[in-house]
Design a protein around this ligand. Structure first.
Ligand SMILES: Cc1ncc(COP(=O)(O)O)c(C=O)c1O
Length: 456
């Protein structure tokens, strides 16, 4: 009884929940591992965002994931909304995926020769996604995009690519390019080591900026091979575009003999089995998919009509290859995961759950007049410290607001909720997040927001 009274008056009890900042969780073991990792890897990591540069403290070294939960090296437990940056739409350690992987692994892990598993995964995709007739498996999203760009250039016999500021397409040279100043700009490289000559082939314009696109096609008449866009830009906040703008891109490409590439590494199989193309009912010429089709193992693919894909080697002159492409273990994970996604009502349930969750958070913030918006689509969400009703362009994000995210991130970790370690990253909900988990997460988010907005 004493315990229950005590609980009532601590920060864990409902009555007084969230009124104070929580003490930091222990990160002792993670800190030790990080110190060691720094002796092996640049910045101590194998992908930069993992270094926690935009948030407080040492990166958490993860020991285990199960369902919607993660455990770090210090045995802290979190409800995970990063989901390995999206692919874990069924949550961690899904039994069906795990069992299929184990079954296939018994027969060996790589042959460098075709297997029936590649056919099986391709069939699942092609039969249930009207936007693709043929595809090629690769091992990452970057590789999928790099290959799609080469295919577009080979097919159109043109060199230039038009991309949008605020869209990320992996780290292929010609796309590590950011806008310069001016309406239509040749890109400036956004990474050392990218030759200026490569960036010169990439035109960068702002999202939702039709005049800039018109001007680009005028200025570079018959030179633009493709427009590439994340139809749901989800790497620089969640810059939701209007369908009408995406439709316009379709038309402008058709009119100018350029190809439209939808980079669906995030939105593919997330908004629905047909991704953003299906959601908006707009047919791109080439699609790229990534991690989600590997159920957590390294897979990507690019696909298009049979006619466009006939340009890829060995049928056509666009060379592209990969020792581990179509790797049997990765195919097995993909088959198990995509089969689950095809279950009746899968997306309806997941999207409804996300809607309830995000609406509750928005209601909470609005009732308290917090300058805070939850942008969401499908099972993706983004917390933005803004009062703008919509943010469609990268330059509409207030960089100073990221300081508030930093505080939110810390408060949430201390309350057992894991978000990607940057305010520009989106969150994901999986089918493993139960209503009870989401209730717990909501409480933590409410309490954390109270702390963040109370501080000046
Ligand atoms: C839209 C988009 N394209 C491409 C990539 C690159 O994928 P990967 O990191 O698997 O190379 C990403 C990565 O998150 C992405 O979000």
């Amino acid at each position: 009884m004493f315990d229950s009274i005590k609980k009532k008056f601590t920060s864990e009890g409902n009555e007084t929940a969230g009124t104070t900042s929580k003490p930091d969780i222990s990160r002792e073991k993670s800190a030790e591992l990080f110190a060691k990792a720094k002796t092996y890897f640049p910045g101590g990591v194998n992908s930069p965002v993992r270094a926690f540069k935009s948030v407080y403290g040492t990166p958490l070294f993860i020991k285990k994931g199960d369902g919607c939960y993660l455990w770090d090296a210090d045995d802290n437990q979190f409800i995970d909304f990063c989901c390995s940056w999206g692919p874990l739409i069924l949550g961690h350690n899904n039994a069906k995926v795990r069992e299929k992987v184990i079954e296939v692994m018994q027969n060996g892990m790589s042959f460098g020769a075709p297997t029936a598993l590649e056919n099986e995964l391709a069939e699942l995709i092609v039969k249930n996604n009207k936007f693709i007739e043929k595809l090629r498996f690769v091992s990452s999203g970057t590789e999928a995009v790099m290959s799609a760009i080469r295919l577009a250039r080979g097919y159109t016999k043109r060199d230039k690519i038009l991309k949008f500021e605020g869209c990320y397409h992996g780290h292929t040279d010609s796309l590590l390019v950011k806008a310069g100043s001016g309406l239509v700009t040749f890109g400036e490289t956004s990474s050392a080591g990218v030759p200026k000559a490569f960036a010169d082939e990439t035109i960068v314009v702002a999202l939702n900026d039709k005049p800039a696109i018109e001007k680009a096609f005028e200025e570079f008449k018959d030179q633009i091979a493709a427009i590439i866009i994340e139809p749901v830009p989800a790497n620089n906040g969640l810059l939701l575009q209007e369908k009408e703008f995406l439709q316009y891109l379709r038309e402008v490409c058709t009119k100018n003999g350029a190809l439209l590439i939808f980079d669906e590494v995030i939105s593919g199989f997330r908004l629905g089995f047909e991704g953003a193309a299906g959601y908006y009912q707009i047919k791109p010429d080439i699609l790229t998919y990534g991690k989600i089709i590997g159920g957590g193992l390294p897979v990507g693919c690019y696909g298009a009509s049979a006619e466009i894909m006939s340009n890829v080697s060995p049928d056509g002159g666009v060379y592209q290859a990969g020792t581990l492409s179509g790797n049997p273990v990765a195919m097995a994970a993909g088959i198990a995961q995509l089969s689950e996604l095809l279950r009746m009502g899968f997306y309806r349930d997941l999207n409804n759950k996300t809607e309830e969750f995000t609406e509750a958070i928005q209601r909470f913030a609005t009732a308290r007049n917090y300058k805070f918006k939850v942008f969401t689509i499908g099972s993706i969400f983004w917390f933005a410290f803004t009062d703008q009703a919509a943010i469609r362009r990268a330059d509409e994000i207030d960089a100073a607001s990221m300081n508030k995210f930093k505080k939110l991130h810390r408060e949430l970790l201390n309350r057992g909720v894991y978000l990607g370690p940057s305010g520009y990253e989106v969150g994901f909900i999986s089918s493993a997040h139960t209503k009870i988990d989401l209730e717990k997460a909501k409480r933590a988010i409410f309490d954390s927001l109270e702390v963040v907005f109370r501080e000046k």
